[in-house]
Ligand binder design. Structure first.
Ligand code: SF4
Length: 493
């Protein structure tokens, strides 16, 4: 009962902003009479982590029932479809295609029948050796149905000689490298696992005696579940017959590497990640930013929703009033019809419109959480000047993004990242700002000390915690560009 709606990828390209993209969200529920409805709600709360496809697989202890589709959770599922997903156990996935094409066949959870029983998995992250493992499996006769790195895990699982699916999962995960937070449904258990470095989040909760697992706590909030704890890096949790068992089967790596961008931008501000509430963390970044890059101005304005906590922190620390001087149209989405070329120049105003009465004659501090290519910021700063702003000072609550992500976040290639190719002053000029200040890496690290775990900040530092060989990766499909190999080589220019 698959239902496919072909997404307008060109439209998505045009409408989406010049920003890194969220990756995927996973959800699981074990032992609840409304499992698929709970999974639906959980995915709804995780929608910000992926908007291209959604899927749920359920079971009552034998056969598995699945539905996957392209689009938002609310587009993919209806009451009628959810009634066809019976059982007390379910897993779900929302996807933004970091690996594999944007097609229904790549929508997760992936399912297979193995000699140890039916199994489905949903994966958040990106495996850095997926291509090498896939080549090896294909050499042994495996036939892949999707272009996704996640399918590699399913094939490893099907071919493992371990006796149980639980041991097979551990065996399979010990063969892959990189980022994974996974939920897996078997005929009698729900398993959840995080990679040894702990790149992506995964949290365990309780609801009416049932167990739930989710990428973020905001999903537990929506269904009224309590948070039990975050899974540890390298931990595998087995939920069977209402009981929880925890395993730590992998060698401890040299360092933990929780993605710091989850705190800065990706996760929902109402989520609690290990060590901090996301909103509180972002606000603190804004405070540090204000101390590092003070400026004389009349108002602090957040560029987008994700920049608002940092802007508030900046405003409080600097004493400059906070104003929402840009209004965002939240309803621009897949149904937006691109105007003809001749009238396309109003472009960015479809999504953001400045309030000229507030901006006229004012010195503005514009706060955002990242500059990727700089194109959106240029449009916004021009728009603010047209609305009467006298000065536009840009402050970024993260260090310059100089490298791509290989662990599941969609960014342009290194060459396309404005901070990789240009000096601070060149960037300032290109985005049309009077002054520009980025949070320093020291400021980021100091703020992150309170998280009490190691983190990855490779896109700011080039210090990749799991070694990268682009030839070993399945190329990430990106809305920024055609499929292209990420490069670690110095830019020849
Ligand atoms: S490279 Fe950047 S986006 Fe990717 S995991 Fe590391 S911190 Fe996160």
């Amino acid at each position: 009962m698959e239902r496919g709606v072909t997404p307008d990828r060109d439209l998505a390209k045009r409408v989406l902003e010049d920003r890194p993209r969220d990756e995927c969200g996973v959800f699981g529920v074990h032992g609840h009479s409304e499992a698929s409805n709970i999974a639906y709600l959980g995915l709804y709360a995780l929608q910000h982590r992926g908007q291209e496809s959604a899927g749920i697989v359920s079971t009552h202890g034998g056969e598995q029932f699945g539905h996957r589709g392209m689009g938002l959770v609310s587009d993919v599922f209806s009451d009628r479809i959810l009634t066809k997903l019976p059982g007390r156990h379910a897993i779900g996935h929302v996807r933004y295609s970091t690996s594999g094409e944007s097609q229904l066949r790549n929508a997760q959870p992936f399912s297979a029948n193995t000699d140890a029983g039916p199994v489905s998995i949903a994966h958040n992250g990106n495996l850095v050796n997926a291509r090498a493992v896939r080549r090896e499996l294909e050499g042994r006769g495996a036939i892949f149905a999707t272009g996704s790195d996640s399918e590699v895990i399913l094939h490893l699982l099907a071919r493992s000689r371990e006796p149980s699916l639980e041991e097979r999962l551990i065996d399979s995960l010990s063969r892959v490298k990189g980022a994974y937070s996974i939920v897996m449904l078997t005929h009698d258990a729900l398993l959840a696992a995080r990679d040894p470095q702990g790149f992506r989040p995964l949290v365990l909760g309780r609801l009416d005696g049932a167990w739930v697992v989710a990428s973020e706590t905001c999903a537990l909030d929506l269904i009224g579940a309590s948070v039990e704890r975050h899974l540890e890096p390298g931990e595998v949790v087995v939920l069977r017959r209402g009981r929880m068992r925890t395993l730590r089967p992998f060698p401890k790596p040299e360092r933990e590497a929780f993605c710091i961008f989850e705190y800065i931008y990706f996760a929902r501000p109402d989520s609690n990640l290990p060590g901090s509430n996301v909103y509180a963390y972002r606000k603190e970044l804004g405070r540090v930013l204000a101390r590092e890059h003070p400026v004389e101005a009349d108002m602090v304005v957040p560029l987008l929703d994700s920049g608002s906590a940092a802007a508030l922190g900046f405003a409080e620390e600097s004493g400059i009033p906070y104003e929402t001087a840009i209004i965002r149209n939240h309803f621009v989405g897949r149904t937006f019809i691109e105007p003809a070329q001749s009238i396309r120049n109003f472009g960015v105003k479809v999504k953001h419109n400045p309030i000229s009465g507030v901006l006229a004659g004012k010195r503005v501090v514009l706060v955002d959480d990242s500059i990727i290519r700089g194109t959106t910021l240029l449009k916004i700063s021009n728009m603010m000047r047209s609305a009467g702003a006298r000065e536009v000072h840009v402050r970024i609550s993260a260090p310059p993004t100089i490298g791509p992500c290989h662990y599941g976040i969609d960014m342009p290639t290194r060459r396309e990242l404005i901070a990789h190719r240009h000096s601070l002053d060149e960037i300032r000029e290109q985005i049309g700002a009077d002054t520009l200040g980025y949070l320093t890496i020291e400021g980021l690290r100091k703020t992150s000390e309170g998280l009490k775990h190691g983190h990855c900040d490779a896109c700011f530092t080039d210090d990749y915690p799991v070694p990268i060989d682009p030839a070993e990766q399945i190329p990430q499909l990106s809305l920024f560009r055609p499929v292209e190999e990420p490069s670690q080589e110095p830019d020849p220019e």
